[in-house]
Design a protein around this ligand. Sequence first.
Ligand SMILES: Nc1nc2c(ncn2[C@@H]2O[C@H](COP(=O)(O)OP(=O)(O)OP(=O)(O)O)[C@@H](O)[C@H]2O)c(=O)[nH]1
Ligand SMILES: [Mg+2]
Length: 650
Amino acid sequence: MMRPVVIGTAGHIDHGKTALVRRLTGIDTDRLKEEKERGISIDLGFAHRTLPSGRRIAIVDVPGHERFVKNMLAGATGIDLVLLVVAADEGVMPQTREHLAIVNLLRVERGVVALTKSDLVDAETREVVRAEVKELLRPTALRGIPIVAVSSVTGAGIEDLIQAIEAAAGLAPGRSEEGAARLPIDRVFPVEGIGTVVTGTLWSGTVRPGDALELLPSGKAVRVRQVQVHDSTVEEAHAGQRTALAIHGVPRESVARGDWLATPGRFKPSHILDVKLTLLGSAPKPLGSRSRLRCHLGASEILGRAVLFERDTLPPGESGWAQLRLEAPATASPGDRIVIRSYSPALTIASATVVDSAPAKRARLNHGDRARLETLLSGSTMEKLAALAEEAGSAGIAGEGAAVRLGSIAESITEAASAAVAAAISVEAEARLVRLRDGRLLSPASWSQALSEVVAAVSRYAQANRLRDGIPKGELKSLLARTLPAPVFDEVLEVLIRSDRLLARGDRVTLPEAAPALSPKQAQAVGELERKLAGKGFQVPEVSELTKGIPPAERPNDLIRYLVDSGRAVKITSELLYPRKLWEDLEGRLRSYFEKNSTLSMGAFKDMVQVSRKYAVPMLEHLDRTGVTRREGDERVPGPRLKGGEAAGH
Ligand SMILES: Nc1nc2c(ncn2[C@@H]2O[C@H](COP(=O)(O)OP(=O)(O)OP(=O)(O)O)[C@@H](O)[C@H]2O)c(=O)[nH]1
Ligand SMILES: [Mg+2]
C-alpha cells in the first residue's frame, strides 16, 4: 500500500486555498459561521481524498490572514508536502512569503505551487507571476518544485495539479515509526457517546486502541479508546498520518490545542531549552538578547525570551547558540524545529533547533558548554552520551534521562552505551563511558575522580585520627554524600577494595599501608595500660583510674579507643575494659558451666569471676547484649551464641 501523505496549504489571504481544496476533495473546509460570513478562513480545515494512483492524501487547509498565522503554524506542523497557493491576479504577497518561510523552517522540502485564479488573467501575466514565484523559491529547499496554473472555478489545470501532487507524494520522505509515539494536538472536541476526541498529525511512532499515553505538558495519563485515520476506524495509526484519537482519562476541558499525546516517560516538558538559533535574512532588524518572542513548536505557541549566549544581538541571516526561557513548559526533543515570531508585530523572524531539552539555566557558555552543545547538535549518539555523562560529573546520568535528553529511542541509547562502556572495574583501560550496576553512566574522568575522592577521604581521616584503625564505611559514605550519590559510592568502594587500593576491616576501611601509628611515648603508654588491666582478674581498674597519669598530649581517650579498635581489649561500658584474652576465657568458662547447669544466678556468676556486684551487673548485661547469655527473670540461660555452638569470641 502506498503511504498516505499529509499536504498543507500555504499562501496569502483570499488567494483561493479553500476553493482549491474544495475543488480537489469536494470538502468545504470553512465550517465556522464566522468564516462563512466573512468569506475568509480563520481556523484550520481538514479534507481528504484518494488520488487516481490509489494513494490517500489528507489536506490541512490553513488561513491566510496575517492575524491567524498562529493557526497556520499549528496546521503546518508535521505535513509532508506543501501546496503553496499564489493567485495569478495578485502575485506574491506578504503571507505568501511568511508561509513559505515557515514551511521552509519546518524542513518541508517537497510540494507543488498552484497559480490559482488563472482564469482571471491573460497568459502573459500568468508567466510574470510564475517567474516571480520561481524567484521566490530559489533560495529555499523548495526551489524547482512544479508551478501549475489552475482555476478552481473552471477546473482548468486541476488534472495537471493532481499529477504534480502524485509525483511529489512519491518523493516525500516518510516519518519514523520507530520509537515513541508523539502527536501534537491541533483540535479537541467532544463526540457524543465516545468522549473526548483529539486530532493531529502523528509525528512519530504508532498508536493503537488500548495504548496508554501521556498528555503533555500536564503529564496526565490517558488511554486510547479508538483510533481513526481519514474518518475510518483503524487498528493502528502510523507516523505521518492525520490521526483522530478518542481518549479516556481526561475531561475535555483539560486538553487544548498545543498539548501533546506521547508514549509515557519519553518527553520531559521544560521551561528552558538550549538551541541553535538562526535569524532569517528577511528579519527586519537584529535580534536583541532577551527580547520577547513567540515560540511555535508542534501546535503550541509559547511566549518566552531568547538569551543569546555569545553576543548581545544577532544580525539577520546569522546563527548562534541561545537559551530559550519560556513562560510555559515546552514538550521539546532534540532536533525539533521551533519557529520563532517576534512578539509585536507578530512576524516570523527566526528558527531554532533544539539541542538540549533539559539544560541547566545559564546565561553564558564556557568552553566545555560550547563543546558539549556542538556535540549534541552534530555528534554520534555515543559522543552525545559521553558529553552528557561528562556534564553530569560523578552523579552520572541515568540511561532513561539520557534517552529523554537525546531524544533517541531507548534501545539505541543502550546499544551505543554497551558498545563502548567499560565495566567499572576495568576503567583503567581505554573506556568512553563507565556503566555502573544501576545503569547510570559516568565519564571515565568522573569515575577516576570518584575513586580518588574516596581514597583521599580515607587518607584524610587517617591523618586526623592516627590511632583509629580506619574509618567506618557509613561515616565515609555520609562524609561524601554531597558529591557521590549512594549507589556511586557503594560501587566505588567495592572496586577500591577489590583492587586492593583500600583495605576492609570489618565495617571499617583503611589505606593498606596505614596501620595506626603510635608515637613511642604513646606505645609506652599503651603498654602501661595493658599491664594495669592484666593480672587483677576481672576486678580491673576503671577507665578514669587507668588513664590517670597519662598527660593530655598523649590523648588518653584515643589510647583507650586504640586498645579497643585494635582488638586488644573488649569494651563493656565507657568505664570498663577487659583484655580480649580474659574476656574470651570467660565465654569458654560459661560454655562449660552451661554444659552442666541450665541456669546461672547472679551469685554463681560472682563466684565464678570473683567480682563485686558493681562489676557483675555490667558484665552480664554485656554478655546478654552480645548473645552469650540471655536473661530470664533473675537467672541467665545460654544465649544464641552458646546455643548455636559458634566459636566463642567477641
Ligand atoms: N475566479 C476565480 N475565483 C477564485 C478562484 N479560487 C478562489 N476564488 C475566489 O477567491 C475568493 C477567496 O477564495 P478562498 O478559497 O476563500 O481563499 P483562501 O485562500 O482560502 O482565503 P483565506 O483562507 O481567508 O486565506 C473566493 O471568493 C473564491 O470564490 C479561482 O480559481 N478563480
Ligand atoms: Mg481559506
